[in-house]
Design a protein around this ligand. Structure first.
Ligand code: ZN
Ligand code: ZN
Length: 254
C-alpha cells in the first residue's frame, strides 16, 4: 500500500464549509470506489491550501483510468466550491498494510476481513492478498458502498466479540451463524461479485470452538448443504473447510 497527499488549491473566494463539503464528498467517492483505503483522512489547511492524506492500494490507484462516474462527478463539483482539481503526490509505502494482489485475474477469490483490516475485503484465493475494488466491474449502484458497509459491520462485530464484554456472546453468534443478517448480506455480496466478475467467489464463515461437543469439530458438515467440506491441509493457515458448491470457506476453532 502507498501513502499519498491530495493538495487542493482555491482559485476564487470561497468558504471553509463549501471546501470541506466538496473535499469530503470526493474522498467518500474515492473510498467507495476502492481507490483509497481506511476510514480516517486527516485534512489540514496551510496558507489557503488544503491537504488530505490517504492510503492507496497501488501506486497508480488515483489515476483517472480507475475513476468511477461518481468520482468524476465529485471532481467536477470541486470547481463549484472554488477549488482546482487536486494535485496528487505519492509520499511513500505504508508499512502497516498488506500488499496488493499481483494476479491479473485470480482463479478464485474470497470475501474475508477481520477487525484490524483496512484493506479491500475481497482477496485472491491463491495469495490471500487484497484485490483493489476498482478492478471489479462496477455494481449497479455505481460503486462498492454496499461491500464496504458490510466490511465495517463485520469488523465492528469481530472487534466486539474479541474485546467486548456484555456483547461478546451476541456478536460471536452473529459471526458464526450462516443465517444471521450479517452473513446473509456478505454471502449475497460474494455471489453478486462472482456473477459480475465471472471468478468463483467464496464467503468466509467465522467459526468458534463448540464447547458442548468437542469431538464434533472434525465432523462438522457444511452448514448450508450438509456435505463434507474439510480440507486435507489448511489453506493459508486459516481455511480448514471449503465447500465448492456453496462457495463457503471456514476455519477450525483456534
Ligand atoms: Zn493472487
Ligand atoms: Zn455446502
Amino acid at each position: 500500500m502507498f501513502t499519498a497527499e491530495l493538495t487542493f488549491e482555491c482559485y476564487q473566494d470561497t468558504t471553509i464549509d463549501a471546501v470541506d463539503g466538496a473535499i469530503t464528498q470526493l474522498i467518500d467517492a474515492l473510498r467507495y470506489n476502492g481507490q483509497i483505503l481506511g476510514r480516517e483522512f486527516p485534512t489540514s489547511i496551510d496558507d489557503g491550501v488544503f491537504i488530505t492524506r490517504v492510503v492507496c492500494p497501488e501506486e497508480e490507484s488515483l489515476h483517472p483510468n480507475h475513476h468511477s462516474s461518481i468520482v468524476e462527478k465529485r471532481l467536477q463539483a470541486l470547481s463549484k466550491a472554488g477549488l482546482l482539481a487536486p494535485k496528487i503526490r505519492l509520499t511513500g509505502m505504508d508499512l502497516h498494510s498488506d500488499n496488493t494482489d499481483p494476479c491479473q485475474q485470480p482463479e478464485w477469490q474470497v470475501l474475508y476481513t477481520h477487525y484490524l483490516s483496512t484493506c479491500s475485503p475481497l482477496r485472491c484465493g491463491e495469495h490471500l492478498a487484497p484485490i483493489p475494488l476498482y478492478k471489479l466491474p462496477t455494481p449497479a449502484i455505481g460503486d462498492h458502498q454496499d461491500l464496504l458497509r458490510w466490511q465495517v459491520d463485520w469488523s465492528s462485530t469481530d472487534e466486539l466479540q474479541m474485546h467486548g464484554t456484555t456483547l461478546k456472546q451476541a456478536c460471536s453468534e452473529v459471526l458464526t451463524d450462516i443465517s444471521s443478517p450479517l452473513n446473509h448480506t456478505g454471502w449475497q455480496l460474494a455471489k453478486d461479485i462472482e456473477q459480475q466478475s465471472k471468478v468463483p467467489t467464496y464467503y468466509y464463515l467465522y467459526h468458534l470452538a463448540d464447547t458442548t461437543e468437542p469431538s464434533a469439530k472434525t465432523a462438522r458438515p457444511c452448514p448450508s448443504c450438509g456435505g463434507t467440506w474439510q480440507l486435507e491441509s489448511p489453506l493459508h493457515g486459516i481455511f480448514d473447510f471449503k465447500c465448492e458448491p456453496c462457495r463457503l470457506v471456514s476455519n477450525l476453532p483456534w
